[in-house]
Design a protein around this ligand. Structure first.
Ligand SMILES: NC(=O)c1ccc[n+]([C@@H]2O[C@H](COP(=O)([O-])OP(=O)(O)OC[C@H]3O[C@@H](n4cnc5c(N)ncnc54)[C@H](O)[C@@H]3O)[C@@H](O)[C@H]2O)c1
Length: 356
């Protein structure tokens, strides 16, 4: 929130400053995102459905608007505007790009525009870590084998935030439809986890069978993994990409979601399961239920966490990043961004004289 009510200021926070503000901050960010979930569960947020802008001539592409509001003690309104253009990868550009606008809840004035893709990736990864911390805490286990299906930017951020949980891993698995993506990510993991063997699997099922924790971070638009023996050891699954698991998997696991109203739309695996079963909500619990001990996950069933991704998380993380960047002098204030502020007199004295 801005500190000056009389003179609204507007700042731009470039990606380099966002990156810097989040360096070495993983545990603090995980705690911050957990607080955001608690505020959301307690009803202290407004988080309407995301709006998906699609294009008839570019069916793969979309831009999503995520408006939201978080009450005190955070106190921020705003919107994330995030594009997904998968064809960018072939041109050497990231698939996703975004801006995040923060508004002052006292005046409505926007006070910052942040590069949004780093905030988005960090809040997604931190929310995966919040869920994993809660689930492994309830099970009283420390995973030894983690696997990643889909090895893009989000997988890299999730690895970074899971590392902050301090697990000592015996093995890390990777699988991607694109071999160069799997090998590139394996190379990154070798540097990030010295000493832990990195195994590149031949299929998602093989990876599942050999992992205690599985992260789905693909761009699959339809389910590609069905039920089978690969779930018999009751793994914990972070289904971040939401559309990987077939209805028979959703039916056979314990489903935890971030927000029931959000995740049951846009052809997510849970949405497909709901449609297949006459509208019955397949989710057993929300993450809020786990965080507040209203629900305990079983040890003898696989558990799948499917987070739709809430705009409130972007706002909480974005406001934190803005404050850090401002303290460091890295938020670029745009002089005279808000102009022509007097209702009846033009700023340069032009226009007809005002009647006395
Ligand atoms: N739930 C949330 O809050 C949230 C937030 C951000 C991103 N996401 C999702 O995370 C996913 C990953 O994002 P990213 O930026 O890392 O994408 P990316 O394009 O950088 O990487 C995705 C990878 O998945 C691979 N892939 C696609 N289909 C596959 C399949 N069937 N099996 C194995 N690999 C497959 C691709 O080859 C690619 O390497 C996207 O679906 C995105 O929408 C979810």
């Amino acid at each position: 929130m801005t500190d000056q009510r009389d003179v609204p200021q507007f700042a731009v926070v470039p990606g380099a400053a966002v990156h810097q503000a989040l360096q070495g901050d993983e545990r603090e960010l995980i705690d911050l995102v957990e607080q955001a979930y608690l505020l959301h569960g307690a009803g202290s947020t407004v988080n309407p459905p995301s709006y998906f802008l699609r294009f008839p001539d570019r069916p793969d592409a979309r831009i999503i608007a995520l408006p939201a509001s978080v009450s005190d003690p955070v106190g921020v309104d705003g919107i994330k505007w995030i594009s997904s253009f998968p064809a960018n990868l072939a041109a050497g550009l990231p698939r996703a790009s975004a801006v995040l606008i923060l508004n002052d809840p006292r005046t409505g004035f926007p006070y910052a525009c942040l590069e949004g893709s780093i905030v988005s990736a960090a809040r997604t990864a931190a929310s995966a870590a919040v869920a994993m911390r809660a689930m492994t805490g309830q099970r009283r286990t420390t995973p030894r084998r983690v696997g990643f299906v889909g090895t893009g930017l989000i997988a890299r951020y999730i690895d970074r935030y899971l590392r902050a949980l301090g697990w000592e891993l015996d093995e890390i698995g990777v699988f991607d439809l694109v071999a160069s993506s799997a090998s590139g990510f394996a190379g990154y993991l070798r540097g990030a986890h010295p000493g832990a063997p990195i195994v590149v699997h031949r299929s998602a099922e093989e990876l599942l069978e050999n992992s205690d924790v599985v992260v789905f971070a693909t761009t699959a638009s339809a389910p590609h993994v069905g039920a089978g023996r690969w779930l018999e050891h009751n793994p914990l699954v972070l289904h971040v990409s939401l559309r990987d698991l077939a209805v028979d998997v959703i039916d056979s696991v314990v489903n935890v979601v971030d927000d029931r109203n959000h995740v049951l739309q846009a052809n997510t695996s849970l949405h497909l399961a709901q449609q297949a079963h006459e509208g019955v909500d397949p989710a057993a619990a929300t993450l809020y239920d786990l965080l507040t001990d209203r629900f305990t996950i079983p040890v003898d069933r696989p558990v799948v966490f499917s987070p739709f991704g809430l705009g409130v998380l972007d706002l909480v993380v974005g406001d934190h990043v803005f404050r850090v960047a401002r303290e460091r002098g890295e938020a670029l204030t745009v002089d005279r961004f808000f102009f022509d502020m007097q209702r009846h007199s033009a700023p340069d004295g032009s226009g007809p004289p005002t009647e006395s």
